[in-house]
Design a protein around this ligand. Structure first.
Ligand code: BGC
Length: 422
């Protein structure tokens, strides 16, 4: 007979979900928005080559242009209370969400005070509901005017970004303790400047080093700036982490590739900003099983989600254990799965939490977990068809509907523990 075992989480653990501004707010005019309009037809056409037959049959919307246009997203800007209601249903005590720079500073140097008031009101409402705001300052989208100034490749970004940060910290700093300056900078470099999947669509471009240096520069300066105004603030970046495992432990080439991959994915950026972070922000989705021949990875894929990503909960434990050496608190800022039918998600949540709990019991200082995502949203170059939400969204009526996982996760949060069948 199977027995249930209980794993408790530390007192005061942050429980919540995560979103980003562009993916849920709607009505934003940013560089991504311009990019989609130019690329939607191409993306709809390419869906035939990029996805398995099963996925194509299950999500026929991937062949439609509209799927790739963000438009009104999940309507979160128009109705902030709807998202707060979802958070309350989850029993969340924290929420990671983003600010939209393109909305706040639609013209260079001119701030939109109505937009700023909106974010202030939202933070206040979260606080009134005992939900701690964790605010992302930049999650991939930029005001359109930044392109003319050279975007993230130019030195002009430094002054522009820090002026925006300065303004928002001044406006919200009394309500916000936890800040994320940049979301997954390496993802932007990989897709924007190596494989060309994201704007500005560059492939193997040497400009990536300029972008990399600018990311590091602005993060460090933003860290100082925030601390100067609010010495007790907690500031970090969200790292795109991964667990790389050699397919054969005896194969020294595979072992070496896995080591190199670990360094570049998990440590490279972090080491550069190590002295200017108060916690490590971990986004974990991926495991890669490394082989010595191209394309150097061959996952077993016994269970995959709608995006074709392998279900591999132990990977989060491996990442956390490796991060122990930094001796810093950790927040899991993203972890989730594209699962329209909600078949996998309940187990996904429980088992990832089991491995997080295991890392905690081995001395890793994990302080919170934010599931990606609170709501179905706009999944960048994939558009709307992948469903990451705990709450499903009808993008016409903007109605939110709890998937089965909500009950599972709300119960875990309420009791600050998981129960696992053994
Ligand atoms: C990003 C999110 C994205 C998620 C799922 C993360 O890398 O930060 O914006 O939706 O992955 O693809």
């Amino acid at each position: 007979m199977s027995k249930k075992k209980i794993y408790k989480f530390p007192k005061g653990f942050f429980w919540g979900a995560a979103t980003s501004a562009y993916q849920i707010e709607g009505g934003i005019n940013s560089d991504w928005c311009e990019w989609e309009k130019k690329n939607a037809d191409r993306l709809a056409k390419e869906a035939k080559d990029n996805w398995s037959k099963e996925q194509q049959e299950k999500f026929p919307e991937m062949f439609k242009r509209n799927n790739y246009l963000c438009g009104e997203a999940s309507g979160s800007y128009a109705d902030m209370d709807a998202d707060i209601e979802c958070l309350k249903k989850l029993n969340a005590n924290a929420y990671r969400f983003g600010l939209e720079w393109a909305r706040i500073e639609p013209e260079q140097g001119k701030f939109d005070h109505k937009a700023i008031r909106h974010y202030r009101e939202f933070c206040q409402k979260l606080k009134d509901n005992n939900i701690k705001p964790v605010v992302t300052l930049w999650h991939w989208t930029n005001p359109i005017w930044l392109q003319a100034a050279g975007g993230w490749e130019s030195k002009a970004i430094r002054k522009a970004f820090l002026r925006y940060v300065d303004k928002m910290v001044f406006e919200l700093g009394d309500l916000v303790e936890y800040w994320v300056t940049l979301n997954e900078p390496l993802m932007v470099i990989g897709h924007g400047y190596l494989d060309g999947k994201f704007p500005p669509n560059k492939k193997f471009s040497p400009s990536l080093f300029k972008v990399f240096n600018n990311f590091i520069y602005v993060h460090k300066k933003a860290y100082d700036l925030i601390h100067k105004k609010f010495p007790h603030a907690k500031v970090s970046i969200a790292m795109t982490t991964g667990f790389f495992e050699p397919a054969h432990k005896w194969n020294l080439i595979e072992v070496a590739i896995a080591k190199i991959a670990h360094y570049f994915r998990n440590d490279w950026f972090l080491k550069k900003v190590q002295k200017k972070i108060d916690y490590i922000g971990v986004n974990y989705y991926h495991h890669d099983r490394i082989v010595w021949y191209p394309p150097f990875k061959k996952n077993l894929n016994k269970i995959i989600d709608d995006r074709g990503w392998e279900y591999y909960p132990r990977g989060i434990y491996e990442v956390l254990i490796r991060y122990k050496k930094y001796n810093l608190p950790i927040l899991i800022l993203e972890n989730g799965t594209a699962d329209a039918d909600d078949q996998l998600r309940p187990r996904y949540i429980r088992e990832h939490l089991y491995y997080i709990n295991k890392a905690i019991s081995e001395g890793v200082d994990v302080r919170g977990y934010f599931h990606w995502s609170l709501l179905d949203n706009f999944e960048w170059a994939e558009g709307y068809w992948p469903k990451f939400g705990l709450f499903a969204v009808d993008h016409k009526t903007m109605e939110r509907k709890a998937r089965g996982s909500v009950e599972v996760y709300a119960d875990i949060i309420k009791n600050n523990r998981i129960e696992i069948e053994e």
